[in-house]
Ligand binder design. Sequence first.
Ligand code: RET
Length: 272
Amino acid sequence: MTNIESLYTYSTSQYEAVDHLLSMGVGAHFAALIFFILLSRFIAPRYRTATALSCIVMVSAGTILYGQSGLWENAFTFDQTTGLYTPADATFSNGYRYVNWMVTIPCLLTQLLIVLDIRGNQLFRDAGVLILLAWGMIVTGYVGQLYETTDLMQLTIWGAISTVFFVAMNWIVGTRIFRTLPLMPPTASGAMRKVFWLMMFAWTLYPLAYAVPYFAPSAGGVVIRQALFTVADVSSKAVYGIMITYIALQRSAAEGFEPAMQVNSLSPQKGT
Ligand code: RET
């Protein structure tokens, strides 16, 4: 057993709260996927990759959350005599999330650089450095969470190393955003500033969820942890993607992009 989730018994409301949070996460990501697909034709090709990356993130995160809810349902059985959900043979693990971030975080970082209009070699270099820092953060965090039920010292050490990567990554993200703001159309720069603060808020919820075994090693703590994960997921991926797409739309409009007109065969053509 590697995660504290598998240690406790849950009241029906605690068990259901987690189950419902995970299902809500699945729904939010697939709903946002439709939104991104529908809006992509209104975005100039120069920025469209940003929205396409959101589609990848939605499918990847939505799928992992679907897996998490199945895992949760299999990991506990209802005990008629006590009225509680007790651990079954299968164990629940948050580790799948960490591995999934290896895919989603590079997409989130790259789409940011694209709407900042960082291009060519600069895009390659910035994305490369950010992705390596993100992977360093994830791998060390993944190793740390393996110890959360056995050795809190290891959890601390790996968490601290992971945080060094996290801070370095945020520093670069912040400098890129604030350096580019004056060059952006005014309609987009306000939203970009909000994107920065949304990232700082949402991304910080993940280390808080990691630290739950310190401050609330209990069934209630597990509910708090899964709630933190869900708020973090919906805001760092779906809401963030909507804001990135909004910026891409504003930049497209500012550069005079118009989506191809629909031909309506029933209305009379001009000049006839
Ligand atoms: C870990 C380990 C403890 C220290 C820190 C962490 C940071 C995790 C972050 C995750 C972000 C995930 C996102 C996923 C999107 O799909 C690894 C929990 C600092 C920042 C944005």
